[in-house]
Design a protein around this ligand. Structure first.
Ligand code: PLP
Length: 433
């Protein structure tokens, strides 16, 4: 049998850092990353044959749990018909129509399918610049929109986990086109527009921030940004790559009062059901600026891949209201239990939700922005994480990530999590900086 140690040693010899995406390396929790060979429902199995209850959910796509039979069947049937033709297929229109039906035509006019969330946000930015003839983009500190050059400044997710301000390799001239401001701070948005308004192409915002742990927008925040952006002739890009079709059938926008519209919306993760598929969507007159209809170029060999489409469509078709109800209720049970366990041993903490996404911050008051997120006793997370792992529960290997519950988390899986929490809370209480 291969051990996790052996698998990681082998990977380190051929992959930078032993991984293909930084957070997987367990950098902020320490120890040897688990190397997984299979997943079914709420469980994942590592190379040593150990089964873990999974709360990573492939970082979002596994809304229905792993290897859901309807998705596996759809993928197998699509694969038998060929892996892609470099040409259009009816399934592309099927998915675009499904997205429109779920979200509504006031937000979605047309859809462009791409392969990753990074591509979706990168293209949305190019489109916003093409539409407005302006260069600057405003983003919020701690928000992660993928790894394109202009969007890595003060980003969440792996950048937060590694505790670095951005990335080497980004020209200063490119970084200078991004203005980073604090989240949940409307004065900062107003002031930025007062100073730079005529140069700003777009504000990009996570629909609900969940890459610095979960930090929901204050009520009315997204609507107020939309108002300011539109008064100034700029565009609002709502990034629903993480929240889209996860926190509700129509994403975070569907959970809000819908009293505002974004000009462009980005999706990923759930819409590919675990295969590489993402999208940008928005008002038809803006989307029609994309080539070949318009002058803003974007293309992709793998865009609209038929097997990814089959997985995404099957996932959305199986994610009915009872699936969302189940995920919401399981998330409430697990997050309440985590909070109770930490409270029982006197660990200062707060749990924040964005629908069924949630995370624990080791500070008594819920953080509202990246500065407050960083001001927590993050040293309590590694022992908490490892105690859960030892008890057979795989949490996100960073305090700056959300916990992902799926529709497959049944009583057996939930009880294993609930049983593990008191020991993990004790480990967190004994940690020292
Ligand atoms: C909100 C958000 N936008 C964009 C991305 C980038 O997506 P991808 O990793 O598919 O490139 C992510 C990934 O975590 C995300 O959470």
């Amino acid at each position: 049998m291969t051990t996790n140690d052996e698998a990681f040693a082998r990977a380190r010899a051929v992959l930078p850092g032993g991984v293909n995406s930084p957070v997987r390396a367990y950098g902020s929790v320490g120890g040897v990353p688990r190397s997984f060979v299979s997943g079914r429902g709420p469980y994942v199995t590592d190379v040593e044959g150990r089964e873990h209850v999974d709360l990573v959910g492939a970082w979002g796509p596994a809304l229905l749990g792993h290897a859901h039979p309807a998705v596996v069947d759809a993928v197998q049937r699509a694969a038998e018909k060929g892996f892609g033709f470099g040409a259009s297929t009816p399934a592309e229109s099927d998915l675009a129509e499904l997205i429109k039906q779920r979200v509504g035509s006031e937000l979605i006019g047309k859809v462009r399918l791409v392969s990753t969330g990074t591509e979706a946000t990168m293209t949305a930015i190019r489109l916003a610049r093409g539409a407005t003839g302006r260069d600057l983009v405003v983003k919020f500190a701690g928000h992660y929109h993928g790894h394109s050059d202009g969007l890595l400044a003060d980003a969440g997710s792996g950048i937060a986990t590694l505790g670095i301000p951005g990335s080497a390799g980004i020209p200063a001239a490119v970084a200078a086109q991004t203005v980073v401001i604090p989240y949940n701070d409307l004065n900062a948005v107003r002031q930025t527009f007062a100073e730079l308004g005529p140069r700003i192409a777009a504000v990009i915002v996570e629909a609900a921030a969940a890459n610095m742990g979960v930090v929901p927008p204050e009520p009315g925040f997204n609507a107020a940004i939309a108002g300011i952006v539109h008064e100034n002739g700029a565009l609002l890009i709502l990034d629903e790559v993480l929240t889209g079709f996860r926190v509700s059938a129509s994403g975070w926008w569907g959970l809000e009062a819908n009293d505002y519209v974004a000009d462009l919306v980005t999706y990923g993760k759930v819409i590919g059901g675990g295969l590489p598929l993402a999208a940008l969507a928005g008002r038809a007159e803006i989307m029609d600026l994309l080539a070949p209809a318009g002058p803003v170029y974007q293309a992709g060999t793998l865009s609209g891949n038929p097997i990814a489409l089959a997985a995404g469509i099957a996932t959305l078709n199986s994610a009915d209201s009872s699936a969302y109800r189940h995920i919401d209720s399981a998330a409430t049970t697990i997050s309440n239990a985590a909070s109770d366990a930490l409270a029982a041993v006197g660990v200062a903490h707060s749990v924040q939700h964005a629908g069924n996404l949630f995370s624990v911050a080791f500070r008594a008051t819920p953080p509202r922005n990246y500065g407050e997120v960083k001001a927590q006793q993050a040293f309590r997370y590694p022992p908490f994480f490892h105690a859960m792992l030892d008890a057979g529960v795989s949490l996100p290997p960073s305090v700056f990530e959300a916990w992902f519950v799926s529709a497959a988390h049944d009583d057996g899986a939930i009880n294993r999590i609930l049983d593990a929490l008191p020991g993990a809370a004790r480990a967190a209480s004994q940690a020292s900086a």
